[in-house]
Design a protein around this ligand. Structure first.
Ligand code: BDR
Ligand code: CA
Length: 317
């Protein structure tokens, strides 16, 4: 069983990933930590609490970063994609929960849990990586104690997919490029599930419709929550459905054989028009040239069995 801290900015696709994690027997969720991203951290933490209650998850939920490491560079929240409540207008339909937020900031909760169980904890991050970066800054020793880090982030330009915020930058990375670079260059094993594969896996209208009435209310909830989100993607890319962003990272954890990985140091462009671009030195995975040479090889995902991923997700319902 994977012992998982889920770091998230719910977020419609975050809510989908959390459902899969909550349902799959190979995952034991240990905590949920929220970050700004799809909305303010007040909103995403409130959503995380409510979703945990709805899915029957009983773990600590902590609020984290409200802005990137370079706070003055925070971008506007994408209400045009996820809605003002970041759940496609469905927050109010979630049952009230009596659970309150853990008193610790997210990065402290992460450090506490990792230090208490060295070698056991997997960090699964599907929002801006600010909480993870703050945890590394707070206690650099955790890098050696985390079992693995899996993130939904980035775009490496394979399969013709570029960025989704700029031609080269994916949302979770451009929301905090400095944090992403810290996470990718730290001495812990990172698997990066980016647009290269999440945009290869489309949940079509019919697929989402078939989940209605299933998952003890979750299928209906996610159907309603994805109505505007689906229109957004359809207008942009004509895909007749939605991309499987955050759920793909959860699926990787559960069934890694569905994914094809490529090894090499990964850096994030910090300045200029390519800010937020993720670049992997996969030609020289041993790292011959600075600023790559000192960086550990990480795994970028460049292929997916999309049908297998969609089967895995549907089975959770
Ligand atoms: C990522 O950005 C967020 O809006 C989504 O929740 C997902 O984590 C996709 O680029
Ligand atoms: Ca997310």
């Amino acid at each position: 069983q994977h012992q998982v801290i889920f770091d998230t900015d719910p977020g419609i696709d975050d809510a989908m990933a959390l459902f899969l994690l909550a349902r799959h027997p190979s995952v034991r969720l240990r905590a949920i930590t929220a970050a700004f991203g799809n909305a303010s951290v007040e909103t995403t933490a409130r959503n995380a609490l409510a979703l945990a209650g709805f899915y029957g998850i009983e773990v600590p939920v902590a609020a984290g970063a409200d802005s990137p490491l370079q706070a003055d560079l925070r971008r506007d929240f994408p209400a045009h994609v996820h809605g003002d409540d970041a759940l496609g207008g469905m927050f109010e339909r979630l049952p009230a929960t009596r659970q309150t937020l853990d008193p610790r900031p997210a990065h402290e909760l992460i450090c506490d849990m990792v230090n208490a169980e060295p070698g056991e904890i997997t960090l699964l991050a599907v929002g801006p990586m600010t909480n993870l970066a703050l945890a590394l800054r707070h206690d650099p020793g955790i890098a050696a104690k985390v079992k693995q880090v899996v993130v939904m982030a980035g775009a490496f330009g394979t399969h013709g997919h570029g960025g989704n915020v700029t031609p080269v930058a994916e949302a979770n990375v451009i929301n905090d490029p400095e944090a992403a670079d810290l996470v990718f260059t730290a001495s812990w094993p990172v698997v990066i599930i980016g647009l290269d594969v999440t945009q290869e896996t489309v949940m079509k209208h019919e697929y989402l419709a078939a989940l209605r009435g299933k998952g003890q209310g979750a299928g209906d909830f996610l159907w309603e929550a994805t109505r505007h989100y689906q229109d957004f993607y359809h207008e942009r890319d004509g895909i007749g459905g939605i991309y499987s962003h955050d759920a793909s990272a959860a699926a990787y954890l559960i069934e890694p054989t569905l994914f094809k990985l490529r090894s090499g140091p990964v850096r994030v462009v910090q300045d200029g028009i390519a800010r937020g671009q993720t670049i992997q030195d996969h030609h020289k995975p041993t790292g011959a040239v600075t600023p790559w040479s000192a960086c550990p090889a990480q795994q970028a995902c460049i292929g997916v069995d999309a049908a297998g991923m969609l089967r895995l997700f549907a089975a959770a319902f």
